[in-house]
Design a protein around this ligand. Structure first.
Ligand SMILES: [Zn+2]
Length: 82
């Protein structure tokens, strides 16, 4: 049940292994599907799949308990400025 990534996490600081709550999602208004992506609480990058155990970018363990209350923020760039 332990993912293979766990072996690489043995070398990262302890704080990466204690889950941080995911509290923000980013939306892309210009995207046809209106996708929203959760944001890593440590590095701020997009987490491509919801409810994955670790951030693929920085290895931070993730806590999804507060995800339903996450704050939605629009993407910084926008080509649709009126
Ligand atoms: Zn991260």
């Amino acid at each position: 049940m332990i993912p293979q990534i766990a072996s690489t996490l043995l070398t990262v600081p302890e704080t990466y292994r204690s889950p941080m709550p995911v509290t923000a999602v980013r939306c892309y208004p210009n995207c046809p599907q209106l996708f929203t992506y959760p944001l890593c609480p440590r590095c701020g990058l997009i987490i491509e799949r919801e409810y994955q155990c670790f951030c693929v970018h920085c290895g931070q363990a993730l806590d999804w308990k507060q995800f339903c209350k996450a704050i939605v923020t629009p993407a910084l760039y926008s080509s649709g400025v009126r």
